[in-house]
Design a protein around this ligand. Structure first.
Ligand SMILES: NC(=O)c1ccc[n+]([C@@H]2O[C@H](COP(=O)([O-])OP(=O)(O)OC[C@H]3O[C@@H](n4cnc5c(N)ncnc54)[C@H](OP(=O)(O)O)[C@@H]3O)[C@@H](O)[C@H]2O)c1
Length: 327
């Protein structure tokens, strides 16, 4: 199988390569692409591959079975469809196609059945939405959901290498470029993405719309406040739920204990540092609001570079391999 990665020099691209290797995904040849060529080759499983500038020509003539995009919305908009037309399956980490009608938005633990036989283009959902949906899908299946409210605590690597470099540079007292709207070192920045006329950020709208799509719950009320914090890696979320039917902490705990991809912590806390490099979403601090049978709170943490991006994409590829739709 020939696999290309567009964005291999970025934090998601490099994580995709690691996850492919760890999970022993078959790969006879790797195509390594970035915005520009590099002199140093990329080494994968002992073999050197040149890092080339991504172009339609190079991707279309490369004969790739699978192309991962981990670059930018613009690059995916320009190049992904051409790869599909050339016969590849595309797994795309950008936001470009996530809400396109007829395009499945798949989290394998939640909605693997959304993949149809003819599908060739697979967006990977927003990293914050993936962590949220893995945590709440078992509760949705148990008791339905009327509303989901979430406040997030998002790692700087969610803004790519530039986010990591901004935090490191500020820590060292350097004057560095930053993707954030305010200093991030020893601070908290309550804006992720640009704000619209209503005051909602791009990230907040993605979380709401993508969560509804993945749960196939178009009427579900989802409200988010997304916040950047000076954590290197892993997003945390304080989640407030209203269920559609009466349930209890005991029933929800049981659902979470049995949920694929979830680690349920009965006691204590879990922090971003605890889950770095872990592919599962960790849930703690489950409780009811007073004696309510419909209002509950929980805390979820997940490594957004892995489950929120790279691992979810590789799991989609594994589903395609299981279904024998790839050579
Ligand atoms: N970071 C996360 O936690 C996360 C989570 C989920 C989804 N995503 C999405 O994943 C994608 C990659 O994010 P990232 O965080 O890995 O960013 P990043 O660290 O900034 O890396 C971006 C990568 O894309 C390449 N690139 C940029 N523009 C390109 C173009 N026009 N053509 C080809 N390659 C291009 C860059 O190449 P150069 O090195 O040559 O510039 C680099 O390899 C984005 O769509 C992002 O929204 C990120």
């Amino acid at each position: 199988m020939k696999i290309a990665i567009v964005g291999i020099t970025g934090v998601v691209g490099e994580t995709i390569v690691r996850v492919l290797d760890e999970r022993k995904v078959p790969c006879d040849e790797l195509g390594a692409f970035a915005s520009r060529a590099r002199t140093e080759p990329f080494v994968f499983r002992g073999r050197e591959y040149p890092i080339r500038a991504a172009s339609r020509d190079a991707l279309v003539t490369g004969g790739y079975d699978v192309v991962f995009f981990a670059s930018s919305d613009d690059a995916s908009a320009e190049l992904a469809q051409a790869c599909v037309d050339a016969g590849a399956r595309v797994i795309d980490n950008s936001a470009t196609f996530r809400l396109t009608d007829g395009v499945p938005l798949v989290v394998p633990e939640v909605n693997p059945g959304a993949i149809g036989p003819g599908d060739r283009l697979f967006p990977v959902a927003n990293c914050t939405a993936i962590v949220l949906v893995v945590a709440i899908a078992p509760i949705y299946r148990l008791a339905g959901l009327r509303s989901v409210r979430v406040a997030t605590y998002q790692a700087v690597s969610g803004a790519g290498r530039a986010g990591l470099e901004a935090l490191e540079g500020e820590e060292l007292g350097r004057d560095v470029p930053t993707p954030f709207v305010a200093p991030i070192f020893r601070n908290v920045v309550p804006q992720v993405g640009s704000l619209d006329e209503n005051g909602d950020s791009g990230e907040e709208k993605k979380v709401a719309a993508e969560t509804r799509k993945m749960l196939d719950a178009p009427e579900l009320h989802v409200a988010a406040t997304t916040v950047r914090v000076p954590v290197r890696r892993a997003h945390s979320e304080a989640i407030f739920l209203e269920t559609a039917r009466d349930t209890s902490v005991a029933e929800i705990a049981e659902a979470l204990r049995n949920a694929p991809g979830v680690v349920f912590h009965e006691q204590g806390v879990v922090t971003p540092r605890d889950v770095e490099d872990d592919d599962r979403v960790h849930v703690a601090r489950l409780r009811a609001e007073g004696d309510s049978k419909r209002h509950f709170q929980l805390w979820a943490v997940g490594d957004q570079l892995r489950k929120g991006a790279a691992t979810n994409g590789v799991q989609i590829l594994e589903l395609l391999l299981e279904r024998n739709v790839l050579v």
